[in-house]
Design a binder for this molecule. Structure first.
Ligand SMILES: C[C@H](OP(=O)(O)OC[C@@H](O)[C@@H](O)[C@@H](O)Cn1c2nc(=O)[nH]c(=O)c-2cc2ccc(O)cc21)C(=O)N[C@@H](CCC(=O)N[C@@H](CCC(=O)O)C(=O)O)C(=O)O
Length: 144
């Protein structure tokens, strides 16, 4: 059952425009970042209850996805982190396919395995981790 509510565009022009182009073309355009594939995560605002759309790097394995709250290695988590922590359900669109997922924050050994996959998909994640003292949260998204 897709998330419903009023869409609230991100104030960040770059990611807003990429998410909107990606959705407008059903994943045919705006689907890469420097030649690497992206997905669009839809969450419900933890405070606003509005629909938030966030382009993220695509990290997939056997039908499950990892989303990485890196925000380029900024000292603080991205705000969508609070939405996902607060939400029992998120939506992810990969190309033309949009599905519901249950998010679970990873730690320990499981996080290590998926972190490797994330760095393979987008090597800059390793640089972001060097840049900040915070542990970059990662969430495993399992199809509902
Ligand atoms: C600018 C800010 O965005 P953010 O949620 O902090 O997310 C920052 C970035 O992670 C986000 O811009 C990503 O899309 C950037 N980004 C990636 N960001 C990543 O963290 N990881 C990635 O892998 C990644 C890849 C990527 C690829 C392409 C691209 O264009 C952007 C990419 C934002 O939208 N702020 C809103 C609030 C958004 C929000 O969700 N508010 C909640 C409240 C949340 C709370 O409780 O604080 C609500 O509505 O209730 C605002 O200020 O109005």
């Amino acid at each position: 059952m897709p998330l419903t509510g009023e869409y609230a565009p991100s104030p960040d022009k770059w990611s807003r425009e990429q998410a909107e182009l990606f959705e407008r073309t059903n994943g045919a355009e705006g689907n890469e970042m420097q030649g690497k594939p992206i997905i669009v995560l839809t969450t419900l605002g933890a405070k606003s209850g509005k629909i938030r759309k966030t382009p993220l790097m695509r990290v997939e394995h056997d039908g499950e996805y990892l989303v990485v709250a890196s925000k380029g290695g900024a000292p603080e988590h991205p705000t969508w982190y609070h939405n996902i922590v607060n939400a029992p359900l998120v939506e992810l669109q990969d190309g033309p396919v949009r599905k519901d997922y249950t998010p679970r924050e990873l730690s320990g050994e499981e996080r290590e395995v998926w972190w490797e996959r994330a760095v393979e998909a987008w090597p800059a994640y390793a640089d972001y981790a060097e840049k900040t003292d915070r542990v970059i949260p990662v969430f495993l998204l399992t199809p509902v």
